[in-house]
Ligand binder design. Structure first.
Ligand code: G6P
Ligand code: MG
Length: 206
């Protein structure tokens, strides 16, 4: 049993992955590119700019630095609009009972997300008070699969990496957790989350 639990946000705690997907789909369409769920799997867990670079390369397009920045900003505005009314109902099944159970056992809880909107989403869904530490996209320079985000989270919890367990829905996140020397629990389907120490279908089934 680990001492610290580090949660990814989108697709693990909250059902916001679909809003990121819809917002990217709109942007991809502007380049005449149809973003599929398979493409989207590769965008999960990685940062905003890296995501846009990937979409552009799939679409065979390139943008000036200025237009690139504007496009990333527009994606975020669209995402923010889509999450403007979210509340606790956006929490995925099993999240609240698990957070409560971990707290009652005296476990440390951290967030390890690439999103710069992470704190806002935790606030809106009402689970911010459960977190002892938050490491988000405003604090990391290297995107998952780099372990930086999880190593920073462990440091913030004052725990060594081998005492931490990561919960992730993205292949890049599982890779990052293993690279950090942590236990990696995949939340989703085993075919996609290869390399995880264990895969559960949702936090309600773990
Ligand atoms: C997470 C999500 C990605 C998202 C990224 C950046 O990793 O899984 O889909 O693109 O965060 O989020 P942001 O809110 O900063 O654009
Ligand atoms: Mg995720």
């Amino acid at each position: 049993d680990a001492d610290g639990y580090i949660f990814d946000l989108d697709g693990v705690l909250v059902d916001t992955a679909k809003y990121h997907y819809l917002a990217w789909k709109e942007i991809a369409k502007e380049f005449g590119f149809e973003l599929t769920p398979e493409h989207n799997e590769q965008l999960k867990g990685i940062g905003r700019e890296v995501s846009l670079h990937k979409i552009l390369s799939w679409a065979g397009k390139s943008l000036s630095e200025e237009i690139f920045a504007q496009t990333a900003l527009r994606k975020n505005e669209s995402y923010l609009q889509k999450i403007s009314y979210i509340d606790h109902k956006e929490l995925l099944p099993g999240v609240l009972p698990l957070l409560q159970q971990l707290k009652s056992k005296g476990k440390k809880i951290a967030l390890g997300s690439a999103s710069r909107n992470a704190r806002l989403v935790l606030e809106r869904t009402g689970i911010l008070p459960y977190f002892d530490a938050i490491v988000d996209g405003t604090m990391v320079s290297k995107a998952k699969p780099d372990p930086e985000v999880f190593l920073k989270a462990a440091e913030a919890l004052h725990l060594s990496a081998d005492r931490c367990c990561v919960l992730e829905d993205a292949p890049a996140g599982i890779q990052a957790a293993k690279a950090a020397g942590m236990t990696a629990i995949g939340v989703g389907s085993p075919e996609i989350l290869k390399g995880a120490d264990k895969v559960i279908s949702s936090l309600a089934n773990g």
